[in-house]
Write a protein that binds this ligand. Structure first.
Ligand code: ATP
Length: 585
């Protein structure tokens, strides 16, 4: 873990060396300052040489100036080093998350991913800057100060150092308490965040049930817990700081009193006494530093451990070493005895075999939960088949690179995801870097032009978070425009129009039919009117593909599809039977 941690310093070696060496020089200057004061009082003052005093003072001023400059470097470049490491880690994590497969997102809460990428890494930068540097400087300063003190007066040095273990115990004990208090507080703020996220993203539900007061009450409760936890943490912190303050002043007082007694007995000069008091402060500083480190260490390392856990989780689906880049597929798709399960407890698909010829439109129908979406998710390799194989143009999808495979497949779903931004940006998402002309052409094909022309800002209109300012039909048309721009040979339409009213559905259906032209199209549909012109219909049930044929053939077979047909066009006994079957599955 530590070796891994230090490997993040490598790209910033130069920064680290400048920062670390500046910090060492500052510490050495601090270490020798009391000796200079001692020399000033004991040796220089009795000479009465004012000219020399001025010269020494100017020299000291220069040393101060150098020390100030180095302090600035340590503060600025040291933090820059920490921020750089934090940024590198955040980038690595985001890149890693982008490479993860669907199963990872199925099993990981969005909130957790967010907090790992943001909050968890906050303290790591601070720790990366202060950790090794402060620890080294603290040890160096402590040993250096003690050695000099011992050299000046061993008795007084031992008395001063003798009190340090008490101070160290106080610091360690308080830190354990403080860390627990911070941990509790972080837990409580995570609860507050969760509540805010829920209430804000579900605000439409809150308002429709007029449950605002209930939400406020729930929020107040969480906020109250957070307040108490934070207050407790600060109480512990105030207690710790006050105790340390008292102990360090006590140390100075003891040194002063014993030093004064030694001085009365001629065993310590005034200069030595002053330098001893100053050294006591130097001796205390490492304790302060280590105390701060003890606070930072668990926070930083806990975040780092969580970060590594995620980064070391290899993506489930990876390109094979000799995977080929497919630049254009015709779209001949075949499933060969495919089995699939999301988790080992339940097999979702068993022994599924079928093929689709390039350019055909094939529809999947069947009861909810039978596996239609799952079948379609396997083609772009969002999930890996458990056994069997899927081929496109005779090539196993596992032998293609994921990127080139997915470039050839377009998916339009019922739930269109749009990004915060403009209409132009959202269409262009289909093909990054597309020309303005191509974007407009795609919008035209998706029958979006008239709508965009009416908007005051046209293509620059902001569509709000996730396209909130657009209607369902407009969102769907935008998704279709995106697909026209992408222009893939294979198209998957997963209940693309089922959330729309009949009139809008008819209009969108027209665009989808145009989009499907000259492509292999797989349509998952609940409303059969939308698949009337499909080349083939496959009926998927929990038992597999039970029926396969043209629309009219399947109606004539009088099986499951015929019942489904009757439910939508006639109703009656068949409808009831179909509903019973769906509910059962
Ligand atoms: N990500 C997932 N993780 C675990 N199980 C899943 C996941 N997605 C779907 N399932 C399960 O797999 C089965 C098939 O789901 P799928 O979404 O493919 O069915 P469907 O036929 O498309 O249903 P619908 O018509 O309702 O959309 C269901 O039992 C479902 O609960």
């Amino acid at each position: 873990m530590y070796r891994k941690f230090f490997s993040y310093y490598k790209p910033h070696k130069r920064l680290f060396v400048i920062d670390f060496s500046s910090a060492i020089i500052v510490a050495v200057l601090e270490l020798f300052f009391p000796l200079a004061v001692q020399w000033f009082i004991d040796k220089l003052l009795p000479t009465g040489d004012w000219g020399m005093i001025v010269q020494v003072s100017v020299l000291l001023l220069l040393v101060y100036a150098l020390s100030t400059l180095l302090n600035f470097i340590v503060n600025y470049l040291g933090h820059k080093l920490g921020i750089n490491i934090e940024t590198d880690m955040r980038e690595e994590l985001f890149t890693h998350v982008q490479r993860q497969s669907f199963r990872f997102f199925d099993n990981t809460k969005t909130g957790h991913i967010m907090s790992r990428i943001t909050n968890d890494l906050f303290d790591i930068g601070e720790f990366a800057h202060h950790g090794p540097e402060d620890l080294f400087i603290a040890i160096m300063t402590f040993i250096g100060a003690f050695a000099i003190m011992f050299n000046v007066n061993p008795t007084l040095a031992l008395i001063a150092v003798g009190m340090v273990p008490f101070l160290a115990w106080l610091v360690t004990f308080s830190n354990i308490k403080m860390n627990n208090a911070w941990k509790t507080m972080y837990g409580k703020i995570a609860d507050v965040n969760g509540r805010v996220e829920d209430s804000v993203s579900g605000v439409r539900v809150v308002k429709s049930f007029t449950n605002e007061a209930f939400e406020i009450e729930r929020f107040q409760e969480q906020n109250g817990f957070f307040r108490s936890a934070k207050l407790y943490a600060y109480k512990i912190m105030a207690g710790t700081h006050s105790s340390i303050y008292m102990m360090t002043r006590l140390l100075t007082l003891v040194v002063l009193v014993v030093g004064a007694w030694l001085s009365f007995n001629g065993k310590l000069s005034y200069g030595e006494l002053v330098s001893f008091v100053l050294y006591t402060n130097v001796l205390i500083k490492p304790i302060d530093k280590i105390s701060a480190l003890l606070e930072l260490y668990p926070k930083g390392m806990a975040g780092f451990k969580r970060f590594r856990e995620l980064v070391e989780q290899a993506p489930e689906i990876q390109d094979r070493p000799n995977a080929q880049v497919v630049s254009h597929l015709n779209g001949d798709i075949a499933f060969h005895q495919v089995d699939f399960h999301y988790d080992t407890s339940k097999t979702v698909l068993e022994d599924i075999s079928f093929d689709v010829r390039a350019g055909q439109t094939i529809a999947f129908v069947g009861p909810s939960g039978a596996g239609k979406t799952t079948i379609c998710s396997l083609i772009p390799r969002f999930y890996e088949v458990s056994s069997g194989a899927i081929t496109i143009d005779g090539i196993d999808v596992r032998d293609m690179t994921q990127a080139s495979l997915r470039d050839q497949i377009g998916i339009v779903q019922q739930d269109v995801f749009l990004f915060t931004g403009t209409i132009r940006e959202n269409i262009a998402y289909g093909k990054l870097g597309a020309s303005e002309e191509a974007i407009r052409e795609a919008a035209k094909k998706a029958h979006l032009e008239a709508f965009i022309a009416e908007l005051p800002d046209g293509y620059d209109t902001q569509i709000g978070e996730r396209g909130l300012k657009l209607s369902g039909g407009q969102k769907q048309r935008l998704a279709i425009a995106r697909m026209f721009l992408k222009n893939p040979p294979i198209l998957i339409l997963d209940e693309a129009t089922s959330a729309l009213d009949t009139e809008t559905e008819m209009i969108i259906q027209q665009s989808l039919t145009e989009l499907a032209e000259n492509r292999t199209t797989l349509v998952i549909a609940h409303r059969l009117a939308t698949i009337r012109n499909a080349d083939r219909v496959l009926v998927v049930t929990p038992n597999g593909i039970e029926e396969d044929g043209t629309y009219d053939e399947l109606v004539a077979q009088n099986g499951i599809f015929a019942k489904l047909h009757h439910i939508q066009f006639r109703k009656g006994q068949a409808a009831q039977e179909y509903v019973a079957m769906s509910t059962h599955s």
